[in-house]
Ligand binder design. Structure first.
Ligand SMILES: [Fe+2]
Ligand SMILES: [Fe+2]
Length: 360
């Protein structure tokens, strides 16, 4: 095999491997969603028309059109010099961020393609454009590691989870807002500690998070256009999604200790800040919020991290005993989730609002 052929083969294998990582669906990995497109078509945004039009006009103007390109700000970093654990967690972070961005892109594109409601088609057209840019920018960053994710293949091969539109609203609204809170918190931290910027992509996060912020606003307006989605028994679902999204992030972050350590980020403090911002934002629509200061809630979140380590260890061990231990710990995770769900929430009486620019 010539040098060039060997190099191509290594890259091909690396691409297969990272596509495989992105293809794995566990409870914690970003998922791909599909929904009832006919029901989406019946959405009527008349009750929030004025705010809707302002948001659509902002998306149409596309202020961050030129942002997702490498410039001279893109520092050349010798990733080979990083300890192996850090390099592994950094790549894992990039692949899971890419999968999350691409999952949004695929869902929004389908909504545009399968819909006939002009408001819905226009909104999801702009949002899939943004997510596609985000995903491609991360994929480009992965090339520095000699790897890339085959997004076309991923879209075809990944398993899709069906959710009714209202569940898509709760879950995606929270993912967009928590995405905003994560990106801005990391950006501000690295602004204070530029020597801890382990990857140049973080310099792009300030503008980037504004895209996620406005995507979240769109879902806030969709929910406000149909107020029953935010009342009655739906409050139970909102509580479910708040806990699920927050606890998933907490467990996932704790799986990357070297990555956070290298940036000088204390995972618990960082997560607490991201939860605080997200919770504050979500008051714009949700009639309740998690009681983040309740020590029982914090303890249950930490317990979920410990349980997830046990699940991973049992999974790694494999065999019949590994499988048994894994199901036992999965049961423990379920019970812990129920205990989290039973912790009282705080009522939120702030009137529904939306905004074009973040203030956090
Ligand atoms: Fe995005
Ligand atoms: Fe987004």
């Amino acid at each position: 095999m010539t040098m060039a052929a060997a190099d191509i083969k290594t890259r091909f294998d690396a691409q297969n491997e990272s596509t495989k990582v992105a293809l794995e669906t566990t409870l914690l990995d970003p998922r791909f969603y599909t929904t009832d497109f006919d029901e989406m078509d019946r959405v009527d945004v008349t009750p929030v028309r004025e705010e809707w039009d302002a948001l659509i006009a902002q998306m149409k103007a596309d202020p961050r059109r030129a942002h997702f390109k490498r410039t001279e700000d893109w520092d050349d970093v010798d990733f080979e010099a990083y300890p192996e654990e850090l390099r592994k967690e950094l790549v894992d972070f990039l692949i899971s961020s890419l999968t999350a961005e691409f999952s949004g892109c695929v869902l929004y594109k389908e909504m545009k393609r399968r819909g006939s409601n002009p408001d819905i088609c226009e909104l999801f057209g702009y949002m899939s454009r943004d997510e596609s840019r985000h995903a491609s920018f991360i994929n480009d960053a992965l090339k520095d590691f000699g790897i890339g994710v085959n997004m076309g293949f991923l879209a075809k091969a990944k398993k899709y989870t069906y959710f009714k539109p209202k569940f898509i609203y709760y879950a995606t609204y929270l993912s967009e807002k928590i995405g905003y809170a994560r990106y801005i918190t990391i950006y501000r931290h690295l602004e204070r500690h530029p020597d801890k910027r382990i990857h140049p992509i973080f310099k792009w996060f300030k503008e980037w998070c504004n895209d996620e912020f406005s995507h979240g606003e769109a879902f806030a307006l969709l929910m406000r256009s149909d107020p029953k989605l935010l009342a009655g028994h739906n409050k139970l679902w909102i509580k479910f999604f708040l806990i699920a999204v927050f606890v998933t992030m907490h467990v996932r972050d704790h799986a990357r200790p070297a990555f956070h350590d290298a940036m000088g980020i204390d995972i618990d403090e960082y997560d607490a800040e991201v939860f605080r911002i997200t919770s504050e934002i979500s008051k714009q629509v949700f009639p309740l919020e998690l009681d983040l200061d309740n020590p029982a809630l914090k303890e249950r979140f930490s317990k979920m991290v410990r349980i997830s380590r046990k699940i991973d260890a049992a999974h790694q061990a494999g065999g019949i005993f590994g499988t048994l231990r894994k199901s036992m710990w999965m049961g423990a995770a379920g019970l812990n989730f129920v205990a989290l769900y039973l912790i009282p929430t705080k009522k939120n009486e702030i009137p529904a609002t939306s905004r074009l620019e973040p203030v956090w």
